[in-house]
Design a binder for this molecule. Structure first.
Ligand code: PDD
Length: 290
């Protein structure tokens, strides 16, 4: 089955799905994106993802490419046309196509909207959940506005490549003071000896993850304490458990940070329970509403 992408109003086979050479996303990484999980034929936390998209657009003074309702339909329809039952739907909005010039185009131009969807491998998800993952560490060399979910991801590309080269699945970045900021494409968490979940405050230095928010809801429902505070790599390496959260990895145990083994080297009981019950509390909207 050929994969289908939505590009500016049309559903096209991937081979024909293109944006213009002078699209500002291509020229300047002048665009934003979202990734939503599709679970069992449902889009997970679409409301929160589109709320965050709205914020990213506002921060960069960009317009919505479609009304929000229409955007929801396109996300569902793209997933449906690709027959995704479990996987992800990706959307990207750029400032549009214009002659290359750093400043915004003088006359209003339509923003570009691209949506793709794909299935993910259940066996990889099971393996990640059973074995946990290793992470490497790397300095955070990003700009200050990492709260905006932009497609300007070169530092994360380099960080992830460092991880892959070391046989790890993720890279944890740390700031100039040695505090962990977040993963290249996930939020970073540790579990203290007393079971408290610790994650960096979202005011500065990280993306306010939607899965992070879902884990906070889970913790509140289940009487688990959460502390939003900075933590160092040393504290992380000595933690009872460590984990990452993202729309694609849910809550996944980190069992190794560089050469340090976390706990007994197996996913701990707290993250394993959170992962097993993750979908109980989240918003799940069916792909088909017809
Ligand atoms: N990445 N931090 C960064 C830098 C991210 O890129 C992501 C998500 C997260 C987690 O956010 P959420 O829980 O909303 O997925 C944190 C997505 C999955 C990606 O780029 O593919």
């Amino acid at each position: 089955m050929s994969r289908i992408a939505y590009v500016n109003g049309r559903y096209l086979p991937h081979a024909q799905a293109h944006v213009h050479v002078e699209d500002r996303g291509f020229q300047f990484a002048d665009g934003v994106y979202e990734v939503c999980e599709i679970w069992n034929g449902h889009i997970v936390d679409m409301t929160r993802h589109l709320d965050r998209l709205g914020r990213s657009l506002t921060e960069l003074q960009m317009d919505w490419p479609l009304e929000r309702r229409a955007m929801e339909t396109v996300l569902r329809e793209t997933a449906r046309r690709n027959r995704v039952k479990n996987g992800l739907v990706y959307l990207q909005v750029t400032r549009g196509q214009a002659r290359r010039d750093f400043a915004f185009p003088k006359l209003p131009i339509p923003t570009t909207l691209v949506v793709t969807a794909r299935s993910t491998s259940p066996s990889v998800a099971v393996k990640n959940s059973e074995d946990g993952i290793a992470v490497v560490t790397t300095p955070d060399i990003r700009w200050e506005r990492v709260d905006i979910k932009t497609v300007s991801l070169l530092p994360q590309v380099l960080a992830k490549q460092k991880a892959v080269r070391a046989g790890a699945k993720e890279a944890w970045m740390y700031d100039k003071e040695g505090y962990v900021t977040e993963g290249a494409s996930s939020n970073a968490w540790i579990v203290a000896q007393d079971g408290t979940l610790i994650t960096r405050p979202a005011e500065k230095g990280i993306l306010r993850g939607i899965t992070r928010a879902a884990i906070m809801d889970y913790a509140a429902t289940n009487g688990i304490k959460v502390e939003e505070r900075h933590f160092t790599l040393e504290e992380a390496k000595a933690a009872r458990e460590a984990f990452i959260t993202s729309a694609t990895m849910l809550a996944t145990a980190v069992v190794k940070i560089d050469d340090a083994v976390i706990g007994n080297g197996q996913p701990g009981s707290i993250v394993s329970a959170m992962r097993a019950r993750f979908h109980e509390g989240v918003e799940k909207l069916p792909l088909s509403v017809y």
